[in-house]
Design a protein around this ligand. Sequence first.
Ligand SMILES: Cc1cc2nc3c(=O)[nH]c(=O)nc-3n(C[C@H](O)[C@H](O)[C@H](O)COP(=O)(O)OP(=O)(O)OC[C@H]3O[C@@H](n4cnc5c(N)ncnc54)[C@H](O)[C@@H]3O)c2cc1C
Length: 603
Amino acid sequence: MSTDTLTKDILRGGQFLVKETDCEDVFTLEDLNEEQKMMRESTKEFVDRELWAHWERFEHKDYAYTEETMRKAGELGLLSVAVPEAYGGMGMGFVSTMLVCDYISGATGSFSTAFGAHTGIGTMPITLYGTEEQKQKYVPKLASGEWFGAYCLTEPGAGSDANSGKTKAVLSEDGKYYSITGQKMWISNAGFCNLFIVFARIEDDKNITGFIVENDPSNGITLGDEEKKLGIHSSSTRQVFFNETKVPVENMLSERGNGFKIAMNALNVGRIKLAAACLEAQRRVINEAAKYANERIQFKTPIINFGAIKAKIADMATNAYADESACYRAAKNIEDRIAIREAEGNTHQEAELKGVEEYAIECSILKVAVSEHVQHTSDEGIQIFGGMGFSADTPMESAWRDARISRIYEGTNEINRMLAVGMLVKKAMKGHVDLLGPATAVGEELMGIPSFDTPDFTELFSEEKDLIARLKKVFLMVAGSAVQKFGPDLEKHQMLLTAASDILIQVYLAESTLLRTEKNAKRFGEDSQAAQIAMSKLYLYRAVDIVIQKGKEAIVSFAEGDEQRMMLMGLKRFTKYTNQPNVVALRTQIADKVAADNGYTFD
Ligand SMILES: Cc1cc2nc3c(=O)[nH]c(=O)nc-3n(C[C@H](O)[C@H](O)[C@H](O)COP(=O)(O)OP(=O)(O)OC[C@H]3O[C@@H](n4cnc5c(N)ncnc54)[C@H](O)[C@@H]3O)c2cc1C
């Protein structure tokens, strides 16, 4: 990392809302270095050869094939990208880690779930919280694929309320081991893992504690049958029962009572990686949809020539492009923050933990946005295939079913929506992000007389940038007033929080998309970015509509009379286009490019 980055005041987590970002300061997929490009190519080759070519085996619940391909991924080093070199890994940066999560996930959700559960929540708790001995003992085996990991947090009575688990850990009289008893459910990789990260409660502790538990059936560990699931058919998902399972005291992760923190931090990393894991899935659906629509003739013309199909293709491509822009922007922020912390003297372990925690708001935003986009894209993929899309013989049907889980695990989208706003408000209270100053300024602006000057919007994206700055004001207006009105009780107003969160999500995605395209238009020329410019404008147009709808919903839920009128007028002013974009023309332009390229070619 250059000394420039180390000294630069890079954006902190959540600050995108109150600080303007220069396009030169965002990282984009077009910034990948040669090593990263090679990594991407070898990952794609692996997916084509081992996963895509055997797509049907994953659909037919061939769990053994998932395990076999996980082992092959290990042999190629794909399981060790994020693991430090000292523990047998490649020690690559956060962007490279995201890249592998992204491109390995296109062919089947079964494999990407197994991959994510192992490399993320199955391995990361040890690399991030383990002692030196624990790391030396377990991480090299996990990095090479000799061993596989699983993560046991959820219980029948403890899902979203993860700290309420009933699994107990009782210290033996001689103080040498804990005896763990309890039932865990929905455990990915349970059927073939060698090691579990288990969360259990010691005595009546307020918080749970993490343990590393080797999978030894003779030590009181039994598995339920494979769950019958809607999708990700070959991902092993079972209940795990611990019956007085003996775990040496040296296998406690971090300190007693620190388990909830470990679980949440593992999930922060998991969330952004899950978002990445929904990118290639979108691209592959778009590729298949474009090919089909180019070939399928109805009314004597390829169906791609119909405006109704073009609109779908354009929206699908635009979502994927926006998601890529936001994911890699955040990934590089995290990578830089880790490097800064290391330069300040943190160990790699501490730096990585704090680096990701810093961007927990962005991780939640991305998890929600990208998991919903992959669902929408696979749904439209089915529609473009018509009746054939409904057939299990085409990959659209399984893509749709596989996509569904991403809105549920790693914290449901409801929980993540509320977390995003909740964490932002907490950061503001702690003084880490100054929301109060900008929110007060917006309040004053609302009272003032609006300018009637006609702005000069001739430069590329000048109107769009102005609009994004105003969308941020909508969030500050809504959230600022809501915090004033409800104080700490705000968390009880979930519909309001959800609406505010939707505004926040749209701001981050629209801004990231615009900044990526602006940066590329400056260096590669506007002509080369014509479709990307159209996608950035289309994404923003749709974002504005969502902000109007959610903003109104939020305002009328808590403001009345003059205050309500003033805020609604503010909403109108902050979401106003001087020059309305022609979205039909934008969609046509984007779809024509995808049709001509016979797929998604923007990555
Ligand atoms: C295929 C699969 C694989 C999984 N893999 C793993 C794994 O490897 N390890 C592991 O530990 N877990 C795993 N899980 C569990 C997963 O993380 C949970 O299913 C998820 O956290 C939701 O918990 P729940 O199912 O108990 O739903 P609940 O918590 O009961 O939620 C039900 C609904 O209520 C909503 N809800 C809950 N609380 C609130 C609230 N406070 N406010 C508003 N809405 C709320 C939720 O958003 C959801 O819509 C997996 C699940 C599946 C299906």
